[in-house]
Design a protein around this ligand. Structure first.
Ligand code: ZN
Length: 285
């Protein structure tokens, strides 16, 4: 395993950790200000959300690289299944426009949060089939533009309305079915910490298909499954063991801190949040 005690250049900030992705939260810093604050503290890379980028993808990407940061990713495609994705062509077009933005930004990876159970179906099996079929059209479009797509399985809590894809196993199954080099997975501590099959499934995925590793913690007494993520060290996830599995499978990329925390971290000064992230990453992750 890599040793981050004295070197946190693998650390990436997902800007959601500063509350920017929801109206009324966070300090409202511009992308430029976030870039500079991360660069000053020695972060190696940054991950943006589409709403921060708008039509400025090329300029923001260049600005990040000029400050010494790589753009590790862009969050995320619109949903591909579920109630918001009833219109197949609109769902595919939405994903393609997110791919165009990722290409303009020079983002290494575009994350896919797939969407919930498709209307008029029950369980997840049918929705996963719909997802796989739609991905079949999107993946080549991304490949032509040099964009990698990372399927992010979400905690089963969200299966109904946000992600019918809930396990690394199902995500790797879809990667196997489509067999495209630019389709892989993102592993987020919040979503996988409970999974006793994680190590085996990551071995199955292999280094070439793990495109991202996301850090936070699961608070034992969580108050809100969407907006009460913990800072690393404050919860019950075995962070070292999970990174051991991810790196044991061959992953050597950025470790992206992604904390949605409306009642705690989003209320604090972003500079303080960034300082705590660096400290916890070095000591505990
Ligand atoms: Zn994530």
């Amino acid at each position: 395993m890599r040793d981050f005690t004295n070197d946190h250049s693998a650390l990436a900030l997902n800007t959601a950790s500063l509350g920017h992705n929801l109206d009324g939260h966070g300090a409202g810093w511009s992308p430029e200000r976030v870039i500079d604050a991360c660069a000053e503290r020695g972060f190696g890379s940054i991950v943006f959300w589409r709403r921060e980028i708008g039509s400025r993808a090329v300029a923001i990407g260049e600005r990040a690289r000029a400050a010494g940061l790589s753009v590790a990713g862009l969050c995320r495609t619109p949903f591909l299944t579920g109630a918001e994705a009833m219109d197949r062509q609109a769902a595919i077009d939405g994903a393609k426009s997110a791919i165009d933005m990722a290409a303009g930004l020079g983002a290494a990876v575009l994350t896919i949060v797939v969407g919930g159970v498709h209307p008029d179906t029950k369980g997840t099996e049918e929705s996963l089939k719909i997802l796989t079929e739609r991905l079949g059209e999107i993946v080549p479009y991304a490949a032509e533009r040099g964009v990698k797509l990372a399927l992010e399985p979400l905690n089963p809590f969200y299966a109904g309305n946000r992600s019918c894809l809930t396990t690394v196993r199902d995500a790797v199954d879809i990667c196997d079915a489509l067999g495209a080099p630019n389709l892989g997975i993102a592993v987020d501590v919040y979503h996988v910490w409970w999974d006793s099959d994680l190590d085996a499934q990551l071995q199955r995925a292999g280094a070439g298909r793990i495109f991202g590793y996301h850090l936070c913690d699961w608070l034992a007494e969580t108050r809100d499954v969407l907006l009460d993520r913990g800072m690393m060290g404050d919860g019950v996830a075995d962070l070292r063991a999970i990174r051991g599995s991810v790196e044991g499978a061959g992953y050597a990329g950025p470790c992206e801190v992604e904390i949605f925390s409306a009642q705690n971290w989003w209320k604090r000064d972003p500079g303080e949040v960034l300082d705590v992230i660096v400290e916890r990453f070095r000591a505990l992750c």
